[in-house]
Design a protein around this ligand. Structure first.
Ligand code: FES
Length: 107
């Protein structure tokens, strides 16, 4: 099983999550108990699960819904930013959370 080393957006220590080809980064991170926002539940509609991927070998190709969401957020498509809910890899990977968790009382 490959490993995803995830650096949470709040700067807390890295978390290791097991990766399988059939589960997205988001699913793997949720199974590992990692703090990551996912306001739309993994449907490529919100962009809150976006991560900066620092090891890009073996990543699944970016599909239309992910391209559309990142473009709508004004993010470059070639800069290593991916939606965790749409990204898969069977190889060891590293990613950094870009959107902090909501604080109590935030919309
Ligand atoms: S959880 Fe909403 S875009 Fe990934």
């Amino acid at each position: 099983m490959a490993t995803l080393r995830y650096f949470p957006a709040d700067g807390s220590p890295a978390i290791l999550a097991g990766l399988t080809p059939s589960s997205s980064f988001l699913v793997a991170l949720m199974k590992a108990g990692a703090p990551i926002r996912h306001d739309c539940g993994g449907k490529a509609l919100c962009g809150t699960c976006r991560v900066g991927v620092t090891r890009t070998e073996g990543l699944s190709p970016m599909r239309h819904p992910e391209r559309e969401r990142l473009s709508a957020l004004g993010l470059a498509l070639e800069g290593g930013i991916r939606l965790a809910c749409q990204t898969h890899s069977a190889r060891d990977s590293e990613a950094r959370g870009l959107v902090p968790l909501k604080k109590e009382g935030q919309p």
